[in-house]
Design a protein around this ligand. Structure first.
Ligand code: HEC
Length: 129
């Protein structure tokens, strides 16, 4: 009998803990994200995920491909379009000697919807002021 009481009271305790937690989170309602923030998040998700861009491009340092910062800086300076580049409609302007390596990725990027290409572009450009 004692055991049963113990079990019941511990369940009640657990339940009351859960309730507290619920109240706590609802005290801090999620702030609404702007369109721009959502676009950046989508861009990063593709860059690190199905685009597999991250395996060759890191934010600060050149590995196989140029750093994301380097790409952002040059595209801003030149006022060029990353979206067009990813559709294979633009010329390489960052490191044309290594273009062949990048070209293999057009198989992925050419099939992405415009919205996702724009998100990738926004994400890359966000790395330079
Ligand atoms: C196998 C390695 C590799 C992967 C994966 C890769 N890249 Fe690249 N990328 C490169 C190399 C190497 C260059 C340098 C050649 C060049 O500038 O075209 C480059 C250059 C670029 C450039 C600059 C192009 C220019 O004008 O010179 C952009 C933008 C870019 N990559 C975006 C991406 C995106 C977005 C993805 C993911 C969808 C991606 N890369 C995946 C290797 C890669």
């Amino acid at each position: 009998m004692k055991k049963v009481v113990l079990i019941i009271s511990s369940i009640a305790l657990l339940a009351s803990c859960n309730k507290k937690e619920e109240k706590k989170t609802s005290l801090y309602p999620e702030t609404k994200k702007t369109e721009a923030q959502l676009q950046l998040e989508l861009g990063q998700e593709i860059f690190d995920g199905k685009g597999m861009c991250y395996s060759c491009h890191k934010p600060d340092q050149k590995i196989i491909g140029p750093s994301i910062k380097e790409i952002a800086r040059i595209y801003k300076e030149e006022g060029a379009s990353i979206v067009e580049f990813l559709k294979e409609k633009g010329d390489p302007i960052v490191d044309p000697t290594q273009y062949q390596l990048m070209k293999a990725n057009f198989a992925i990027t050419k099939n992405l919807p415009e919205e996702e290409l724009k998100a990738l572009e926004a994400y890359i450009l966000s790395h330079s002021k």
